[in-house]
Design a protein around this ligand. Structure first.
Ligand code: SAH
Length: 368
């Protein structure tokens, strides 16, 4: 063990020693969720003192509008008793704002059982503190295996980007997997490739081969599994939900693995456990996993368009009627940050999912 290693780096080095290399997915899983040293296990990553900030932490309007959306869908689905699932609730801010904004929707809160899917005991403590007294039926789960047998509402903001991805590299020797090993010269962690036993179809010209050399594609088996679990429940019991995240539609974007620390980018392999590691969400892949599970995914829209369409701007105007100049300035800037195309408005996307072909979903184009 190198004396300068973080404890998690030592764990990763040991694993590499045992199995020759760890996959990017294994690396992410350990970096984020190792029971003792994983990033989400030890710290509060949010806010000015933390490493990054998220939409609900930037503006109350975010959680309020999600709450309004959920309450509207609850009404459209016949005001049934439903389980509301939030995946990866962070500090619990989104749900707090959503519940506050909908407390006058008659019968809504009474109809809900709330389940928070959260892997980190530390995060659970934050959520418990934030949500104390806001709703009488909130429980925590590690997976979607044992959801109450009711129709579902769900929301996942910046959850899927934290799920481990695998990366594949096209090489002259065929498709290989991007892995993490130790550089024998420098003794640092490094990326490398390992054969997967899958050869690309022969017959391409050598120019085409050269062109494809080094190209990275990604998949998130963990993300697809969560989508399959949600789809299974939605198909059987009905319901609907929202996935909001940074990501892309269409073709692979190459390597999107990134680490963030202190509000700036950080080398992915440096001091694992001390920085947040994420990947952009491949929305088409997720939509396919939902479809395979028998659920219907909406077209993917920009976060800015979604929030404006469902009334975020109107809510902002109402809030701007009150408060002092500083509060009004903060509200204005916060909302601007969520919707402006130069900030989070276009990078962040929204996809709606539902169990049945109808009803339509506010803010999302209404096909399929
Ligand atoms: N939705 C929140 C937090 C996003 S950060 C917000 O918008 O502010 C990601 C959250 O997902 C954290 O709470 C983290 O602990 C949780 N998380 C990450 N991977 C998870 C997993 N595999 N299972 C359950 N929760 C997970």
């Amino acid at each position: 063990m190198d004396v300068t290693d973080t404890p998690l780096e030592s764990v990763i080095r040991e694993k590499i020693g045992q199995q020759d290399a760890v996959s990017v997915a294994e690396f992410m899983e350990l970096a984020l969720m190792h029971p003792d040293y994983g990033y989400y296990m030890q710290r509060d990553p949010f806010g000015a003192q933390g490493d990054f900030t998220t939409s609900p932490e930037i503006s109350q309007i975010f959680g309020e509008m999600i709450g309004a959306w959920l309450a509207t869908m609850w009404q459209m689905l016949g005001q049934q008793e439903m389980v509301l699932v939030e995946l990866g609730p962070g500090r619990g801010t989104l749900l707090t704002d959503a519940l506050r904004a909908t407390r006058h929707v008659q019968g809504f809160h009474e109809s809900l059982v709330i389940v928070l899917m959260e892997a980190s005991p530390k995060m659970r403590r934050f959520q418990r503190a934030t949500l104390a007294g806001l709703h009488p039926r909130i429980t925590w789960q590690y997976s979607l295996d044992e959801l109450p047998d009711m129709p579902m509402l769900f929301v996942a903001n910046e959850f899927f980007d934290a799920l481990p991805i695998r990366q594949y590299v096209k090489t002259q020797e065929g498709l290989q997997e991007r892995m993490v090993t130790i550089d024998p010269q420098t003794n640092e962690l490094q990326f490398t490739v390992r054969p997967m036993g899958v050869q690309l179809v022969k017959g391409g010209t050598s120019a085409a081969d050269a062109e494809s050399d080094g190209q990275i594609t990604e998949s998130s088996p963990a993300g697809r599994q969560v989508a399959a679990d949600l789809a299974h429940h939605l198909k059987r019991r009905g319901g609907t939900g929202l996935i909001i995240d940074y990501g892309y539609t269409g073709e692979s974007r190459g390597n999107t693995l990134q680490a963030v620390k202190g509000h700036g980018f950080w080398p992915v392999l440096k001091e694992p456990g001390q920085a947040d590691v994420t990947a952009h969400v491949a929305f088409d892949d997720l939509a396919a996993a939902f479809a395979e599970g028998g659920a219907h995914a909406s077209p993917v829209v920009h976060q800015g368009d979604f929030l404006n369409t469902i009334g975020g701007q109107v809510r902002l105007e109402a809030l701007l009627q009150e408060g002092d100049a500083k509060q009004r300035e903060d509200l204005y800037r916060g909302y601007e940050r969520l919707v402006s195309p130069q900030q989070m408005g276009e990078l962040f996307k929204v996809m709606g999912v539902r169990g049945e072909a109808q009803p339509m979903m506010p803010g999302l184009s209404n096909q399929s």
